[in-house]
Structure formats: structure tokens, C-alpha cells
Design a protein around this ligand. Structure first.
Ligand SMILES: *Cc1c(COP(=O)(O)O)cnc(C)c1O
Length: 394
């Protein structure tokens, strides 16, 4: 069935499923490393690209292809390539699109390892990078250089929840002959479609909302054009950070309920965020669905929902935050996000510990910032849990 002109939920359930000889309703796990050719000529044709068909699982696998086609359709892209992890997706994008002497501009509050990979490793190969607060496009405009080839935006960003105008960033990138990549992990394709807003590539840590069940790590890159798709896939085939078929199967299974999960978690977050904001122990809350968020109006314009990620700081700072994290019972104290379960984490000592403290503070990641990924449990239970943990303070 051609699902390209169908609705989002229909795509979630049906897009990409490969027909097989048995009429399987979902694409099974093709747990095979290699695919036999009928004869030598067929092998040669497949390698030459004159005949479609599978060769070897690092190059392509039917279970992974089903997931790739589904996500490509959700993001309205030409094609997608799945990776072993979200960082596999980030590294493939950097390596495919940047060469020695090139420059990249990125969001200062980007996911810690996305910045660490650039500053600690890509820099050794002569790639330069600049990190600015891209929620103000003037900062991006000023950071562009004649050798800027890539603008890499994370919106909303992890964990500062800063929102960047994607259409505006695309215009600045394109005017300078650069490409725009958006890390869409926090929004998920249900709430934001960066390619429709002008981005050239979108990537996800599918570990988070896309899979949604905290049982695998994975990544995916969706390209707007065939040329970019080929560039990314060719890099991945050489790099070898491909997704495994069993992993792809689990992601495809989790993905079917993306819209249901995201909507339910947002319903909860819309109650948790104002509750936190009104709590006497809380200094501030950053949730893009709250009118107090500096880019609330922008988020309303470019997204179809506000999601379930909340950052907050207690009046007692880090010490009070530690007390809350040590005393939550329903919420898990763990990194990662976007799953069915509520999780809390402390970015300054966990996901963003590799960043220099001054860079962290400049990016809005204060020492006392607590990140909350609201799950799909009963909201009364989430609030009761937070209430008892906050009650331990003072
Ligand atoms: C988790 C995350 C990544 C990295 O993904 P992994 O699957 O952990 O490798 C990249 N970007 C964002 C925004 C993330 O939250």
C-alpha cells in the first residue's frame, strides 16, 4: 500500500512494511549477515547497482529498510538511514558532510557528546566549530564564516529546552551555501517536521521517543534529497555504524504508538509543568508549553505540540536537586528520555559532564538544573511522587 499521502498515524502503523511470500503483517527479523545471489552475474549486478536487492547487512537489510522507509515518510524526506545509536547518526553526518578546513556552527546547548565529538575529535582532522545560542538568529548570522558548510541545530535542545527558528536558520545556512541539519530527537516527527521547514537533513536518537520503550539504543538520519541520502548511506556503509536487524524490529514495533505515547506524555507534562512552577521550592521551570518560556510563541508556530520534556531548578540549587533525585520513587533516576516511564536526571554531572563548566553555564545548563522526562503513567501518581520528594527539602 502506498502510504505517502496518508495521515501520520496511518504511516506509523503501515509505512515501510515489506511484502513477503507469507503475507507477514509486520516485517519479520531478517537475522542474516548476508544474502545469497542466484549466480555470479546477479552478484555483480547488485554491486554495480543495476539490480535491486540485498547484498550484506552492513549495506542494507529488509528489517532495517522497513524502519527507514517508515521514518522517511514520517519526516517527509527522500530516504532514511538507520544507525547503531544516535551518536552513530551524528558522527555519520559530520563525517559525510565536513572535510578538513570546513567550519560548522551549532546550538550551544546541543547534546553533550554531539559537541564533544566535534571539539575533541573532528578538530583533530581540521574541522572547526562555533557554538552559539541559536534561539537568537542574529548569533547564528554572526557566527557564519566563508568556510561554514554545516549549520547543526538542536531544537528543542537538550536539556536547556531552547527553541530555534528552523525556517530562519535554513535561510541563513542556504544563503551562505551551507546545509542545515536538525537534531529532532526532543520533538519527535509527531510534533515537528524540520524538512518541511527548510532543513536538509533530520536526525534522531531513536533511543528516545521513536522507540519509546527504553530497550534499545539507535539512531536515524533522514535526507531531503536523493543526493544527500546517497552521501549519508555511502558514509555509513564505510563507517560500519549500521543498525542491527533485531534492533530495527524493536524500533519498528515501538514506533507504531509514537503519536499515542507523545500525546499522552504531553497531557501529563502540561499538568506537571505548571504544578512545578507554582511549587514554593522551585526557582524556575523551562517547559516550552508554558507562557513563561522565552520561545513559547515560536514553539507554537513551528511545532504541533509541546512534548514532555521539562527542565527546572530548585531554590536550594544543586543540593536540593540531589535530595529530590535521591528520593523520587516512581520516577527513575536515569539518563535517557522519551520513554513510557518518567525519568529524572542531572545534566551537569551526567549527560553534559564532558562540557567545560563555563560553556555549560553559557548554554543555560546551570549546576542545579534537573531534567524531567514525563512518562505516560497516571499524572496523579507522578505528582504525588514529586510532591513527596520535594517535601524532603528543608
Ligand atoms: C540521546 C541523544 C543523542 C544521542 O543518542 P544515543 O542514542 O544515546 O547515541 C543525540 N541527541 C539528543 C538530543 C539526544 O537526546
Amino acid at each position: 500500500m502506498d502510504t505517502r499521502n496518508k495521515g501520520f498515524n496511518t504511516k506509523l502503523v503501515h509505512a515501510g512494511i515489506a511484502e513477503d511470500a507469507h503475507g507477514s503483517v509486520v516485517t519479520p527479523i531478517y537475522q542474516t549477515s548476508t544474502f545469497a545471489f542466484r549466480n555470479a552475474q546477479q552478484g555483480a549486478n547488485r554491486f554495480a547497482g543495476t539490480e535491486d536487492g540485498y547484498i550484506y547487512t552492513r549495506i542494507g537489510n529488509p528489517t532495517t529498510a522497513a524502519l527507514e522507509e517508515n521514518v522517511a515518510q514520517l519526516e517527509n524526506g527522500f530516504g532514511a538511514t538507520a544507525m547503531a545509536s544516535g551518536m552513530g547518526a551524528v558522527s555519520t553526518v559530520y563525517l559525510a558532510l565536513l572535510s578538513a578546513g570546513d567550519h560548522m556552527v551549532s546550538t550551544d546547548s546541543v547534546y553533550g557528546p554531539s559537541r564533544g565529538l566535534m571539539e575533541k575529535h573532528m578538530s583533530r582532522f581540521g574541522v572547526e566549530s562555533t557554538y552559539v545560542d541559536t534561539s537568537d538568529l542574529e548569533n547564528l548570522r554572526k557566527a557564519m564564516k566563508p568556510n561554514t558548510r554545516l549549520v547543526y541545530v538542536e531544537s528543542p535542545s537538550n536539556p536547556a529546552m531552547s527553541v530555534t527558528d528552523i525556517a530562519g536558520a535554513a535561510a541563513i545556512a542556504h544563503a551562505a551555501g551551507a546545509l542545515l541539519v536538525v537534531d529532532n530527537t526532543f520533538a519527535s516527527p509527531h510534533l515537528q517536521k524540520p524538512l518541511d521547514l527548510g532543513a536538509d537533513l533530520v536526525l534522531h536518537s531513536v533511543t528516545k521517543f521513536i522507540n519509546g520503550h527504553a530497550d534499545i539504543v539507535g539512531g536515524i538520519v533522514v535526507s531531503k534529497t536523493e543526493a544527500l541520502h546517497k552521501q549519508i548511506r555511502s558514509m555509513l556503509v564505510n563507517l560500519g555504524a549500521n543498525m542491527d536487524p533485531h534492533q530495527s524490529y524493536l524500533v519498528s514495533r515501538g514506533l507504531k504508538t509514537l503519536a499515542l505515547r507523545v500525546e499522552r506524555a504531553e497531557e501529563n507534562a502540561r499538568k506537571v509543568a505548571p504544578w512545578l512552577e507554582a511549587h514554593p521550592q522551585v526557582a524556575w521551570v523551562r517547559y516550552i508549553g508554558l507562557p513563561s518560556h522565552p520561545q513559547h510563541d515560536l514553539a507554537k508556530r513551528q511545532m504541533t505540540g509541546f512534548g514532555s520534556m521539562i527542565a527546572f531548578e530548585l531554590k536550594g540549587g544543586l543540593e536540593a536537586g540531589r535530595l529530590v533525585m535521591d528520593n523520587v520513587q516512581l520516577a527513575g533516576l536515569a539518563v535517557s528520555l522519551g520513554g513510557v516511564e518518567t525519568l529524572v536526571s542531572h545534566p551537569a554531572s551526567m549527560t553534559h559532564a564532558s562540557m567545560a563548566r563555563e560553556n555549560r553555564l553559557a548554554a543555560g545548563i546551570s549546576d542545579g538544573l534537573v531534567r524531567l522526562s514525563v512518562g505516560i503513567e497516571d499524572v496523579e501518581d507522578i505528582l504525588t511522587d514529586l510532591d513527596q520528594a520535594l517535601g524532603r527539602i528543608g
